[in-house]
Design a binder for this molecule. Sequence first.
Ligand code: ADP
Ligand code: MG
Length: 240
Amino acid sequence: MISVKDLRKSFGKLEILKGIDIDIAKGEVVVVIGPSGSGKSTFLRCLNLLETPTGGQITFEGEPITDKRHNINATREKMGMVFQHFNLFPHKSVLQNLMLAPVKVKKQPPAEAERIALDLLRTVGLSDKKDAYPSQLSGGQKQRIAIARALAMQPHVMLFDEPTSALDPEMVGEVLEVMKKLAEGGMTMVIVTHEMGFAREVGDRIVFMDGGQIVEQGTPAEVFGNPQNSRTKDFLSKVL
Ligand code: ADP
Ligand code: MG
């Protein structure tokens, strides 16, 4: 579904991504781990072209999306993204938050957008909050709504950048539970997280990044159980 070849990103003279190669299959759950500053967010942001790569190619569903002629917006609609901070529209109700982009961007009939939104609220267990405003929700609830909002665009892949890092500990579980359900439903997902238990349980593949490169990757059993690279070992010894 996604093929990344020699992806590079520099800010000024500083090269942050130093040649990333990875292929992600439909339905695969890839968990990206690594120390702070290793380029994980930059990698995710390059995948959906929030950042313009300075080198390499990304192919998404057979289309070379890093080509100059490519329509970036069409691609972004197919890639849902969830950030550490939820960025819900504060003056809109939960239901309006979920319907806005499908109606405005995808030109979905409002009735259909509402039906899909209500379905998604059931999926994330927040049907009773449809008329609430973001300020009336807990952090965990906000993040579940942010996930539902991304799903409302019916993306083909979901990108998560530390979706639970800003949450109080007691709210982490409910968000991971929603993500796990999504994975079990066959969604293609790329997840940056420090939740190693979740990574081990839900990830099909673990990718360890350091210094703007993929240093090691494999199944959870391989990477967590028997890391090969000294930098992976060092990182895991600090977080496990
Ligand atoms: P991670 O998500 O693994 O913590 P990031 O991708 O956020 O790492 O950042 C990697 C490096 O790139 C950091 O040194 C960061 O300061 C730098 N960086 C990220 N975004 C920018 C930017 N817009 N301008 C300049 N430097 C940036
Ligand atoms: Mg980051």
